[in-house]
Design a protein. Sequence first.
Length: 304
Amino acid sequence: MPTAIAVTSADLMLPAPDRHTPAAAVLRPPAQLDLEGSLAETAALLERHGHVVAVVPSWLPVTTVRRLHTVRAILESDRIALVGTDLPPLGAALLVRQLRQLSVCDFSPGVIASAARLLSHYIYAGALLGSVAKLDRIPVGLKAHAKSWSPGAQFAVLAHPEPHLVRLGSSGGGGGAHGAGAAALPPGPGFATHLLFARGQLASDWVTAELAPAWQVQGVLENPLPADSPAWWATGKLVEFAAAIPDIAMLYQLVASVRREQCRWCGAELIGDRCGFCAAPLVAPPAAVPGARSGNGPASRPRS
């Protein structure tokens, strides 16, 4: 059986792009399942799949994150990876789908877990917002805050991989992470992607009519808005979007091209600079030198 990819909400499980991509396992939160049930749920996954890679978004409630760590600790299992991500909800769902695609390839569980950080760099996630007055996920200038109270104001916001804010239809600066003119758009990927979008309470076709052609995406698909999106973007007046590599062959080549190492702590295979299962860094921190200064200067000579 392939490595199980787990999520904490069904909203993070997008439809499979093909018949080979398995579904994600949904680990129910504390409000839906007690600790004993969570232990049984996770233990059954381990027995069936051998390893579990759970995607843990940074915006999850503290109680849910604590439950995941508690289950892992009680089961005393080094076969459970808790992979964090800062992506907004729709972008996180795309990352989960890519991990599901890779789970049926000939990668070890350790490579799949550590590949999440690599794949995140190639996901462009943002939203069209009717207001940025309460947005605190990316830098928003005072001018953009003031203009967000104007009737009909709309902002194109890119949260990942680099923050970027554009006030649509403006003639001056965007007042956010970058200035923007009337024709400016958030910078897009320089590689082939498909674009996924989800409508909130904002009636606009800007994503499909302007953003998709400008980004030269190879496909556009609409998806229901994740339940956590309004809270993440601090408004229900939005259209969320995310672009990512859809082709499993390209994803495979991307991951396979990275040198593989063995974790010095748990022995799992990994790519990058950190183990996906135990979070140990690839290279041990340098040992303290006796007599070394506390600053960044060279160590002082030991006295005879």
